[in-house]
Ligand binder design. Structure first.
Ligand code: BES
Ligand code: MN
Ligand code: ZN
Length: 499
């Protein structure tokens, strides 16, 4: 999808669709009111029929509007005038994106940036529009027989900037649209990786995808297999993989956009390509969704891709420990004790708490990059879904400033997170009679005790953990990966880059 950001001139627009906003009770404003006047009141005539209320997200295509070159007008409901908030604007943008793709419209001129939205300027609105529309154009159907008549897709959108906007604002809006496109490509890639079934997306396949992206964008890549892991003493990661025929991988990508001595941001993503639970086997219901247990890894790879595409002046490292968790004959058994690269021994009481084990070795490995900060991203606990549902990710960490920056990036990108406490008292739950740590802390505060476990391996640097178990994919219809929290991560990197 191509995006153009231009000053408003709806009459010059040759696009085959003009997208206009309409507030509740059929109130037209700004460009919409102007076009209504030019058309001799054709739009208000339509509204007078009472079929369209202007509720947020309502969409209606109307044809044959006189006086304008566009062949169609898409009216989009924005909700109550003066009360439009960013989440409403996003909802309207998603709805218009779906309408355009349903009608197979390939080009559209969108006149919505003039809508006042609390705490959001033009660049933010452009970014919300580009991302929301982009996400509605997503399909994952390459395993299906091809449709006889391929669908026409949205190729070009023009975002009209109000005539009153200063030139600097126009430029900033165009830059925001460019960043939003890069975020959109990263989100799409993360969704593509995650939606592949477990028989395709194995640790070695994931590594191959990462390497090919790295080669395309000139990133350094390095992939460790079982022999190197053995040498480094990564027996927590190896222990998770030992029940499976697929070998584990530790995928490491490096983007060097900053000064050579600038300490990097290290993103560590859980890349469990299928989590059956191991010997502590999961129930059959919805077990297919455990192919999504690599969404954290996909988001780390996608975020570093966006950083490289946007040529951010930062050094970024992505580390993805990748494995399956299956109940094979040589699988780890409850009660087994493994010692990881850090030297800490772990009694594995529940083999389904495997994410923290593979992350522990990856987080220990992260030290060698002398990071400025480390952020790990993981579909780590079912408890997080109970605590925060499917809207909000959990964030926990050992550094207030880093946690605050991530929360801020989440608010800005509408990919929100909320902090849970990492009080020392919770560490008690991880005591083991036989090893330095137990890998589970009982039912209370499952998300917090999982983070407590990770915190034992991150004492040497500033660290935060994102539990994305509730937000990484959708179960209903449409089912599939969301690409979250790629927008949050890239926004965090953009802010660090001062952009
Ligand atoms: N990948 C799962 C967490 C998960 C479960 C995410 C369901 C999304 C939906 C993780 O490996 C896991 O199984 N965690 C266990 C931990 C427990 C055994 C302490 C869980 O949450 O049940
Ligand atoms: Mn598990
Ligand atoms: Zn898991």
């Amino acid at each position: 999808m191509e995006v153009m950001v231009q000053k408003n001139d709806p009459l010059a627009s040759e696009e085959n669709c003009l997208v206009l906003g309409c507030y509740q009770e059929g109130q037209l404003d700004g460009s919409a009111a102007r076009i209504d006047a030019i058309s001799g009141g054709a739009i208000s005539h339509f509204l007078s029929l009472g079929d369209f209320s202007g509720d947020c997200g309502q969409c209606q295509l109307i044809y044959g509007i006189p006086g304008i070159p566009a062949k169609r007008v898409l009216l989009v409901g924005l909700g109550r005038k003066g009360k439009v908030r960013d989440i409403h604007f996003q909802k309207a943008a998603e709805a218009l994106g779906r309408s355009l793709s349903q009608a197979q419209i390939s080009e559209a001129s969108i006149l919505l940036l003039e809508c006042p939205v609390a705490h959001r300027l033009l660049p933010d609105l452009a970014s919300i529009l580009v991302r929301a529309i982009g996400e509605t154009q997503y399909h994952f159907d390459h395993h299906k027989r091809p449709a006889e008549k391929p669908l026409r897709s949205l190729e070009k959108i023009r975002l009209a900037v109000p005539e009153t906007a200063e030139i600097a604002m126009l430029e900033e809006t165009a830059r925001a649209a460019e960043s939003a496109l890069a975020i959109g490509r990263a989100v799409k890639w993360a969704r593509d990786l995650a939606n592949e079934p477990g028989n395709v997306c194995t640790p070695s396949w994931l590594a191959a995808q990462a390497i090919s992206m790295a080669n395309r964008l000139g990133l350094d890549s390095h992939v460790l297999g079982p022999a190197e892991m053995e040498e480094l003493g990564m027996h927590l990661l190896l222990g998770v993989a030992q029940g499976s025929l697929q070998e584990p991988r530790l995928i490491v990508l490096e983007y060097r956009g900053g000064k050579p001595d600038q300490a990097p941001v290290v993103l560590v993503g859980k890349g469990l390509t299928f989590d059956a639970g191991g010997i502590s086997l999961k129930p059959a219901d919805k077990m297919d969704e455990m192919k999504y247990d690599m969404c954290g890894g996909a988001s780390a790879l996608a975020a570093i891709q966006a950083a490289a595409e946007l040529q951010l002046p930062l050094n970024v490292v992505a580390i993805v420990p990748s494995s399956e968790n299956l109940p094979g004959g040589s699988a780890t058994k409850p009660g087994d004790i493994h010692k990881g690269m850090s030297g800490i021994s772990v009694e594995i009481l529940n083999t389904d708490a495997e994410g923290r084990l593979i992350l522990a070795d990856a987080l220990t490995y992260a030290k060698r990059f002398q990071p400025d900060v480390v952020v790990d991203i993981a579909t780590l606990t079912g408890a997080c879904v109970i605590a925060l549902g499917h809207e909000t990710a959990a964030v926990l960490g050992n550094h207030e400033g880093l946690v605050a920056d991530l929360l801020k990036a989440g608010r800005k990108s509408l990919d929100r997170a909320w902090e849970l406490p990492l009080f020392e008292e919770y560490q008690e739950q991880l005591k083991s009679p036989f090893a330095d740590l137990s890998n589970v802390g009982g039912r209370p505060a499952g998300t917090i005790t999982a983070a407590c476990f990770l915190s034992r391996f991150t004492e040497d640097y500033r660290w935060a953990h994102l539990d994305i178990a509730g937000v990484a994919w959708k179960s209903g219809t449409p089912k599939g990966a969301t690409g979250r929290p790629v927008p949050l991560l890239v926004e965090y990197l953009l802010q660090r880059a001062g952009q």
